[in-house]
Ligand binder design. Sequence first.
Ligand code: ADP
Ligand code: MG
Length: 318
Amino acid sequence: MSKERRIAVVAIGGNSLIKDKEHQTVPDQFATACETCRHIAEMIQQGWDVIITHGNGPQVGFILLRSELARHVLHTVPLDSCGADTQGAIGYMLQQCLYNEFLRRGMKKQAATVVTQVVVDKDDPAFQNPTKPIGPFMTKEEALRRKEEDGWDVMEDAGRGWRRVVPSPIPLEIIELDAIKALVDQGFVVIAVGGGGIPVIRLEDGSLKGVEAVIDKDYASSLLAVGVQADLFLISTAVEKVALNYGKPNQVWLDKMTLEEAKRYYEEGHFPPGSMGPKIKAIIQYLEQGGKEAIITNPENLTRALKGETGTRIVPGS
Ligand code: ADP
Ligand code: MG
């Protein structure tokens, strides 16, 4: 193993915690997380210093549903607290899965989770245009009542019912960045910016305050990858490779894209918002700010993709 440090930010997607609708319980999530952690441990064994980031959409949804169902007996949970709760709970899962995996492999490694706050601009245009649906579905009547009584923004969600929508502002600064760096320097595997981080705004006096918003986990992971000057930004999701004309008869899987190609394909609309779009945009931002290499693949192909055998590799130049 080389002494030279190679830092990878590994962003794990929804499929690393929840396989499908039939496997959503906490024990199910543990089993699924442990599968992904096996592949991450392999990568660490090969000498990578890894920082793991993860999504939390469904988990926040579960907390909000419980909170709603119990609101006649107990206070509800604000969104920033949902973020903190899920960072802790998911961090715990990943820490334990990694602990057991390191034990099995006889590796002297430890993982630690950093509850992470991420600064957004209080004047971000997203606050004027909330678009991210969260929490349980409601009837139209219920939705309009919550708008009236609680000031919620609500929207009809693709014919499936009404939902609360919140802003999804751009992440600007990771408050705990130095803590994350210090842990990585000390050889810890770090779990950070879970769910895109807890969105906070900076007040006039410099103090921080949590806001009712959701940060895209791919954008926050990109910001972190730039912040720690990661050698690799790896996005693990539900597909082995990225495609052009995804899901169409003329679909082509990509082994490699340059930054310029990624930008062009993005402009051409190959990567839809809400799924592949933010990943490609996050990678573009990472590469434009000095990033060296990015890979998109699924958990089971992580180590093969690192060897160049699969996955889609995105590089600054040709
Ligand atoms: P995650 O939870 O990892 O963020 P998302 O569902 O948000 O996952 O995004 C990944 C999904 O994007 C893939 O599983 C795939 O269904 C979809 N997708 C959309 N466009 C493409 C594309 N061009 N190539 C590959 N996958 C795509
Ligand atoms: Mg996503």
